[in-house]
Write a protein that binds this ligand. Structure first.
Ligand code: AMP
Ligand code: GLY
Length: 429
């Protein structure tokens, strides 16, 4: 079967790499892909952008693509899956209607409340005064979110009501977030530890992926600006067996049933960003209608099952007959980012050391192949990912391999996996 992956980040490099290992994969194309997918012997990059639906459909028909997997949220929210289906093409992902779970925060909050799924108390507003009044009814800090897609930058946590007033006015009256900021969601702040819980679903049927945890802050100790994710590891020990069971029965199953009841059955990867509260209660922080980045990299490195059969199973509503298994080993991915990220960042720097022998698999996030050299082209550049007998062991391998990789301005966190490592040390002592 010929397969097409849409997107250009580390998630898409990892998806294409895993799909290409299947015995049923013939050609694997990535549109547009990056320097990492360009270097993979079994993968071909295609210069078509993810929002060029006509170009992608024409390509899929011409190359007899039997399965398309969509990486990023923007084409999903804009209805790429509906367009592929109208053209008679198999494409894994939610319809535009179902992708609203990520595309509109007010849609997803309304959905959660309607179906009794635990989440932070909230209000949704289009004008400043009632939004500021509502914020004052919540304890500090207060969470303020732009309603639409804002590439991970639309969430602000205000430490005072005056700051909340400013952020609300800036979002609703300014144009920093474009259309995405013309409605805001104001939320109660949740305390606890976050985890990423990703499933593949078709209607009521689903299979959970291994759990993971992302590190969204730029600097060690979870300090500094929020980013798309500076590293991730799997499994996330905060999700104990008891919590896992609660996530399935209190969050995943009611979500899939609610989407069916509301007329938008969910198909594809569903990512629930969770807050695990000190009491053991679990609340939904957000939904994403796709796999996580960088969570994909450690999760797929641990995956034993065939990803093509799984995706085809979901597309054909046959997930019930599929299995999804992971090795017991832990995996850690550390993101190497460009100088300046997550603000304006440096580009076009040559990356050295990628051909040295190493234990880790290096997934590329923002790179380009230029002639024979690999150059930086994005804020998050590489995700160096390794397996080990524990999170500590996997982390050591990754940091050892990073010593051989260089590009001007490279920055990364030194503590990816620290919560799991603290738990490992505690249980050993
Ligand atoms: P979101 O885009 O909704 O996932 O928010 C991005 C990040 O902001 C989350 O991963 C959390 O770290 C933080 N966040 C969002 N909502 C809340 C909340 N209600 N309480 C605490 N932290 C939150
Ligand atoms: N790593 C967070 C996300 O993919 O949204």
């Amino acid at each position: 079967m010929n397969i097409l992956v849409i997107g250009s980040g580390g998630r898409e490099h990892a998806l294409a790499w895993k799909l290409s290992q299947s015995a049923s994969a013939e050609s694997v194309f990535v549109a547009p892909g990056n320097g990492g997918s360009a270097l993979e012997p079994a993968i071909t990059n295609i210069p078509i952008e993810p929002m060029d639906f006509d170009g992608l459909i024409e390509f899929a028909i011409r190359e007899q693509v039997g399965l398309t997997v969509v990486g990023p949220e923007a084409p999903l929210v804009a209805g790429i899956v509906d367009r592929f289906h109208d053209a008679g093409l198999a494409c894994l992902g939610p319809s535009a209607a179902a992708a609203q779970l990520e595309g509109s925060k007010s849609f997803s909050k309304q959905f959660l409340v309607k179906h009794g799924i635990p989440t932070a108390a909230y209000g949704s507003f289009e004008s400043v005064r009632p939004a500021c009044d509502f914020a004052r009814k919540l304890p500090l800090p207060v969470v303020i979110k732009a309603d639409g897609l804002a590439a991970g930058k639309g969430v602000l946590i205000a430490q005072s009501y005056e700051e909340a007033d400013q952020v609300i006015a800036h979002m609703l009256e300014g144009d920093a977030f474009g259309q995405a900021g013309h409605r805001v969601v104001i939320e109660e702040f949740l305390f606890g530890e976050e985890a990423s819980f990703i499933v593949i679903a078709n209607g009521h049927s689903y299979l959970p992926f291994a759990t993971s945890q992302d590190h969204k802050a730029l600097l060690d100790g979870d300090l500094g600006l929020n980013t798309g994710g500076m590293g991730a590891y799997s499994p996330a020990p905060v999700v104990t067996d008891a919590i896992h069971a609660r996530v399935l029965s209190e969050i995943i199953e009611p979500t899939l049933a609610g989407m069916i009841a509301d007329g938008h059955p969910y198909k594809g990867f569903l990512y629930a960003g969770l807050m695990i509260e000190p009491t053991g209660d679990v609340k939904v922080v957000e939904f994403n209608c796709r796999f996580g980045d960088p969570e994909t990299q450690p999760v797929l490195l641990r995956m034993r099952s065939d990803l093509v059969s799984l995706c085809v199973g979901a597309v054909n509503n046959r997930l019930d007959s599929c299995t999804l298994e992971f090795t017991d080993a832990a995996a850690v991915a550390v993101v190497l980012a460009a100088e300046g990220y997550p603000q304006a960042y440096r580009k076009n720097e040559e990356i050295k050391g990628l051909s040295l022998p190493m234990e880790s698999k290096v997934f590329h996030c923002g790179t380009l192949l230029q002639g024979t050299s690999i150059k930086t082209s994005g804020g998050r550049v590489l995700a160096v990912t390794a397996l080990g007998n524990s999170v500590s062991a996997a982390q050591s391998l990754v940091y050892e391999d990073i010593q051989g990789i260089q590009f001007a301005g490279m920055q990364y966190r030194r503590d990816i996996g620290y919560r799991a490592i603290a738990r490992e040390k505690n249980s050993a002592s």
